[in-house]
Design a protein around this ligand. Sequence first.
Ligand code: GDP
Ligand code: ZN
Length: 357
Amino acid sequence: MLLEDLGWTPRFAEAFAPYAAQGYLPARVSLEHTHIYRVRTADDEQLARVSGRLRHDASGRADFPAVGDWVVLERPETGGDARIRAVLPRATRFSRRAAGNPTEEQVVAANIDTIFLVSGLDQDFNPRRIERYLVTARDSGAAPVIVLNKADLADDPGAIVIEVQSLAPGVPVHAVSAKTPGSLDALRAFIAPGRTAALLGSSGVGKSSIANGLIGDELLRTREVRESDSRGRHTTTGRQMVLLPGGGILIDTPGMRELQLWDAGESVAGAFADIDALAPGCRFRDCRHVSEPGCAVVAAAADGSLPAVRLESFRKLQDEQDHQATQQDERARIEQKRQGRIGAKALRSRLKDKGRT
Ligand code: GDP
Ligand code: ZN
């Protein structure tokens, strides 16, 4: 197996170069348990734990390895689990709010090139949800492809493709049916050898069916792995990173499936090309298109040239991101205060030591 088949690129090679000199191996995380990871090297697959140094240096959960990460692996000389010394800088990342601490970032998957945003053309079909997924994809850095599954249930899938194309100019849109494996060839075109893809979408849209179709029957049987967890119990886990028969890599983690918006940034605006195009006509450069006077976006919604639902979706997502930004600021403030306290304490004890000598 070549590292390139696992998604290795010159960018990772460059980041890894200093470690290569020290005899470490590059490996890609294929499965994440609570405290243990399954990693793939060029030669094999094995279990690994993070090193004490990595744990010590980590400033938050986002610094720990995630599925899809390229890591620096140290092999034990005397058997036992390998150690993950470092995580190479991520090309892309999908994050969510950590369970238990909604202001902490948790990376659910890393280094995904193509993200399939899956909807089902059944009674649950909702273009508004696609807009939402586009924002999430934009934040990650992965290139989105809109997949309209269950085309067999739609009267005129072609018409829906055209409708969806207007929501997302420049983003490929494909109608497929997991029930007709041949139709998935359109998706295979986006997963060239060495490229990594993932599926994102609500429960029931057909992500598992599409994954199974892409993986193919012969590999499906190996999708379940039995291994010991940290307490030595045997557990069965679904594979979270799979090499596809024609080359290419598919990442499918539970975390990817529950993804919500995370980043606060420009992305909401950037994901609405039609609103972006109108914004230069607003009186204020920083217009938020809510109640500002001379807002070209509100005017376009009023005269019908911009569908009112677009403005509604835009505002909803904008509100959600504002809310998160506030939470993140609050967290940064608390962290700063904490650091300040640690600093003051250290200073006091140093002064005390000085006083003693
Ligand atoms: P997931 O929750 O996104 O992984 O969705 P699943 O793959 O489990 O599919 C949910 C249901 O939709 C299952 O009953 C599938 O058999 C069905 N399904 C998936 N793809 C298609 C499709 O292309 N056409 C039809 N008619 N049903 C589908
Ligand atoms: Zn405006």
